[in-house]
Design a protein around this ligand. Structure first.
Ligand SMILES: Nc1ncnc2c1ncn2[C@@H]1O[C@H](COP(=O)(O)OP(=O)(O)OP(=O)(O)O)[C@@H](O)[C@H]1O
Ligand SMILES: [Mg+2]
Length: 376
């Protein structure tokens, strides 16, 4: 098969991107501060944000509405200028730089927004080609390149369709293709699946993961939806009122959220709230005949282990499962369960309970005493 310029170009981008993977950061922010000035006065939005995004990762930024997520993304694509702090894109400063170099850096960054922003009078291919036209590329090269990217995002059969003839998912594919067409190495996505139904969202997220792996591009995405983070991100940073309050791998943030904002964001993925009857009667210190209430968190392979059955057999203790669920964090399976068991039946005191907790923990199941309830 004849190799085209576009083939060579994609090949080159893959090599360039992967050569950077182990050595470089795609994005580095240091003490970034932004303000908005309005009739009401000066509003501090980002209040000293520092974070690092390794090359080739899918990095999620999550936070409540108004946390400053979109402002942060707009700083990265040059639409917003911080009042202080530094932004490095692939080790080049976006702040202390000449206008020409700044433009060169920004050419390597593509952005996808929630509302696609396609031109209604242009076909799919013409929409995708737009950035190349702005760059002054020759028409025949533009066509080859736009067709190549259209194929990458699964739109080969829609070249001549207009946006009104496309589904929401197809429109978002056009927007992604347009953002990628000028050989970007960094893709920014702002709430880009919010306008899609859950099934289409999953399709678009899997397309992004595929593009990330095939082209080696780094993706920074902003969302308020923890399930988007769970689906495709490698690392996540939690933003609250202009501060980074927590950052880490998706697994650690979702399975062991530390900050109250993170806990509230992930709470709907896990069963954290106790059933009403237990909630109303739970207390801290055990009374005679009480049952202990434990919350168990499973992850990865431990979710498949018959841990509860093992405990019942090993310690000869009845365990009641109150609530439980299984889910996943990317490829990892997790489970959350609230169980109760008698303390009186144990009759061997606290050390016996400690032994049970140790047993759980040595089997990589995080066990936490939530309190005690009267025997049912
Ligand atoms: N152009 C602007 N002028 C004045 N204030 C603004 C402007 N843009 C954003 N803000 C304010 O800055 C704060 C952060 O806004 P931003 O859009 O970054 O939040 P967000 O985390 O993206 O929220 P959401 O999840 O609702 O999109 C908000 O209080 C917002 O009202
Ligand atoms: Mg926003």
């Amino acid at each position: 098969m004849r190799r085209t310029n576009a083939d060579d170009c994609i090949q080159k981008r893959i090599l360039e991107a992967w050569s950077l993977v182990f050595t470089n950061l795609a994005v580095e922010l240091s003490d970034l501060r932004t303000t908005y000035v309005s009739d009401q006065g000066i509003l501090d939005v980002l209040k000293g944000v520092s974070l690092s995004v390794p090359q080739g990762q899918i990095f999620g930024i999550i936070g409540r509405s108004g946390a400053g997520k979109s402002t942060l993304l707009r700083c990265l694509n040059g639409l917003e200028r911080p009042v202080s702090g530094e932004i490095f894109i692939q080790q080049q400063s976006l702040i202390h730089v000449t206008k020409i170099d700044r433009r060169k850096i920004l050419h390597k960054i593509g952005t996808v927004f929630q509302h696609f922003n396609l031109l209604s009078r242009r076909t799919v291919l013409q929409n995708i080609a737009l950035p190349l036209e702005f760059m002054g590329m020759p028409a025949d090269e533009i066509t080859v390149k736009a067709q190549k990217i259209a194929a990458l995002v699964g739109l080969s059969d829609k070249h001549n369709a207009y946006p009104r003839q496309l589904s929401g998912g197809q429109r978002q594919r056009v927007a992604i293709a347009r953002a990628l067409v000028s050989d970007v190495t960094l893709l920014l996505c702002d709430e880009f699946t919010s306008a899609l139904d859950p099934e289409t969202s999953l399709e678009i997220l899997s397309l992004l993961r595929d593009l990330n792996q095939r082209l080696g591009i780094t993706i920074v995405l902003v969302t308020h939806d923890i399930s988007v983070i769970r689906e495709i991100c490698d690392q996540v940073c939690v933003l609250d009122q202009g501060h980074v309050v927590e950052t880490g791998s998706v697994e650690s943030i979702l399975l062991r959220p530390q900050h109250e904002v993170t806990q509230s964001l992930v709470s709907h993925l896990f069963i954290k709230d106790l059933p009403r009857a237990i909630h109303d009667s739970i207390h801290d210190a055990p009374l005679e005949n009480d049952y202990v209430v434990l919350r168990l968190m499973f992850s990865d392979t431990t979710a498949f282990q018959p841990a509860i059955a093992s405990i019942i057999q090993k310690f000869n203790v009845p365990i009641n499962i109150i609530v439980g669920s299984l889910g996943h964090v990317r490829e990892a399976t997790f489970g959350s369960m609230v169980v109760t068991m008698p303390t009186e039946g144990l009759s061997k005191g606290d050390s016996f309970l400690s032994e049970i907790l140790t047993y759980f923990n040595t089997h990589h199941i995080a066990a936490e005493i939530l309190g005690y309830i009267p025997s049912p």
